[in-house]
Write a protein that binds this ligand. Structure first.
Ligand code: PRP
Ligand code: URA
Length: 209
């Protein structure tokens, strides 16, 4: 599909299967989300720019490649985005973080904003927006609308599961933002859930219902 990279590494697919399984505990689900975020993070950061730093190895000086971590922002769509965020921060500890608090109204499926906090200079940074689920895409579109309103111009969206309907709507709203996902599922059901899916990601992470 246009604008979408599916990260189909065997380790990602194996862990995703365990996460989908309804028998998996809350603790197991959280641990796997953190583990999988390391693998997804590896792919979504593949084209980050490197600069050069002068260092001394035990043998001699050299110009060695380093990442400008401060140039990166991870934008977590609350609550479930935080499950991906933790692993990504293990990979790039110097990254800045934005939080976008959104919940889906269960009747209208519209995204309702309740919190927003981001670094002020978004225009100078690559912003990687993270949320495990891209269902109707209302939440992802609203999060990116807001980040663009605050100056972001260079964005990527990272999720675990995407529905074809959500990808289509997302691409129409934000054709400049590439999507990275571990899988594209069949469809949305009548309640706006991804099927076969993994259920409500936030509830499975935190044991709520
Ligand atoms: C879930 C998920 C996404 C959203 C996806 O969040 O984490 O943010 O639904 O659905 P959409 O593409 O149709 O907008 P939810 O609203 O359940 O909030 P939570 O993370 O606090 O549980
Ligand atoms: N949000 C979720 O957490 N799961 C879905 O299947 C759809 C939206």
């Amino acid at each position: 599909m246009k604008g979408v990279t599916v990260i189909d590494h065997p380790l990602v697919q194996h862990k995703l299967t365990i996460m989908r399984n309804k028998q998996t505990s809350t603790a197991g689900f959280r641990r796997l989300l953190r583990e999988i975020s390391l693998l997804l993070g590896y792919e979504v950061t593949r084209e980050l720019e490197l600069t050069s730093t002068r260092i001394d190895t035990p043998l001699q000086p050299m110009d060695a490649p380093t990442l400008e971590g401060k140039k990166l922002v991870f934008a977590s769509v609350l609550r479930a985005g935080n499950g991906l965020l933790e692993g990504l921060l293990d990979l790039v500890p110097a990254a800045r973080v934005a939080h976008v608090g959104l919940y889906r109204d269960h009747d209208t499926l519209e995204a309702v904003e309740y919190f927003f906090k981001a670094p002020s200079d978004l225009a100078d940074r690559l912003v990687i927006v993270v949320d495990p689920m891209l269902a109707t895409a209302n939440s992802a579109i609203a999060a990116i609308d807001k980040l663009k309103e605050r100056g972001a111009t260079n964005l990527r969206f990272l999720c675990l599961l995407a529905a074809p309907e959500g990808i289509e709507r997302f691409n129409a709203a934000h054709p400049d933002v590439p999507i990275f996902t571990a899988a594209i599922d069949e469809r949305l059901n009548e309640k706006g859930y991804i099927v076969p899916g993994l259920g409500d990601a936030g509830d499975r992470m935190y044991g709520t219902k």
